[in-house]
Write a protein that binds this ligand. Structure first.
Ligand code: FES
Ligand SMILES: [Fe+2]
Length: 306
């Protein structure tokens, strides 16, 4: 079943979205405050333990505390400074303009190492946000749903999906697509589809990293984060091979990949937003990877609301 919010890594913002030193964020009903000060980013629970004010709306940073906008008490960040009031700080990852937070203990599943590796070896390109009336885990499940690629996206499978051994707790699948010619696969001029290897690794119910091979390999980081009033916000980014001369990725190709990703999600959106949300599935023999993803999601405990 869909988790409204859970443990594990979620992307809560692009850094470019953060426009105040104390800025609101959420994972489902779990409200968070992003604090940016002196080049440092911290993420804490947003709800003041005194009377429940949201510190991200009018709170001010004061050393290791936030001054609450309601009664003006100093609320300690993982430390008690006044009246025994404190909020919890969470582990974050901020790389290449992307901000992730890990709720709860454990459940890293190798994401931290994967993102660091991508940031060191590729160019990370923050992409776009998209709001959807669909559960975050339903959006991430899509990458494991091999039967939907042809009807929804017009992309055939060159070989069916195989579950891969997990290295650090992530859920990984491999397959191969028949991709139509495009500016990205511009090595082929004869109009025939190209077999493009595909690998997807889910690190939480809201986070998947997909690698596409072929002549010009690229990686898509798709984050789907539940929003407080239901549905989810997608933040999609690219990790592109570094130019040997140190030039930034070509903007026409970045634009093409982002546009194609957005168009793909718009096609999924029609199905996602109209499907019966409380439906009980009847799985087929093509749904092995989907079932594995459902079991993977069941392993993430629900974290108490802030
Ligand atoms: S609600 Fe925060 S100090 Fe009272
Ligand atoms: Fe899809």
């Amino acid at each position: 079943m869909s988790l409204p919010h859970g443990s594990g890594w979620y992307q809560i913002a692009f850094v470019s979205e953060i426009t105040r030193p104390v800025f609101p964020a959420a994972i489902g009903r779990h409200r968070l405050a992003i604090i940016r000060s002196g080049g440092r980013t911290r993420v804490v629970d947003a709800i003041c333990p005194h009377r429940g004010a949201d510190l991200a709306y009018g709170g001010r940073l004061d050393g290791d505390a936030i001054i609450c906008p309601f009664h003006g008490f100093r609320i300690g960040i993982d430390t008690t400074v006044e009246h025994g009031l404190r909020v919890r700080e969470h582990e974050i990852l901020e790389l290449g303009g992307l901000l992730f937070v890990r709720l709860g203990e454990g459940a890293d599943n190798g994401f931290s190492a994967t993102l660091h590796m991508l940031a060191e070896t590729r160019s990370l390109v923050p992409g776009f946000t998209m709001r959807l009336d669909a559960a975050a885990d339903m959006i991430i499940e899509n990458a494991f749903d091999q039967a939907h690629f042809r009807p929804v996206h017009g992309i055939g499978l060159e070989s069916s999906f195989r579950m891969m051994p997990s290295e650090r707790g992530e859920l990984a699948v491999e397959g191969s697509f028949d991709m139509p010619p495009s500016p990205w696969q511009r090595g082929r001029e004869d109009g025939r589809p190209e077999a493009v290897p595909f690998r997807a690794r889910a690190f939480s119910p809201g986070l998947i990293v997909s690698d596409l091979g072929g002549a010009y390999p690229y990686t898509v980081i798709t984050a789907a984060t539940p929003v407080p009033d239901g549905g989810a916000i997608i933040r999609l980014s690219l990790a592109l091979e570094r130019d040997p001369d140190g030039q930034p990725p070509r903007s026409d190709l970045v634009d093409f990949l982002l546009r194609r990703s957005r168009e793909g999600l718009e096609k999924d959106r029609m199905v996602w937003e109209h499907r019966a949300k409380d439906h009980h599935p009847v799985f087929t023999n093509l749904d092995g990877p989907v079932r594995a993803f459902r079991e993977f999601c069941d392993g993430f405990c629900v974290v108490a609301s802030g």
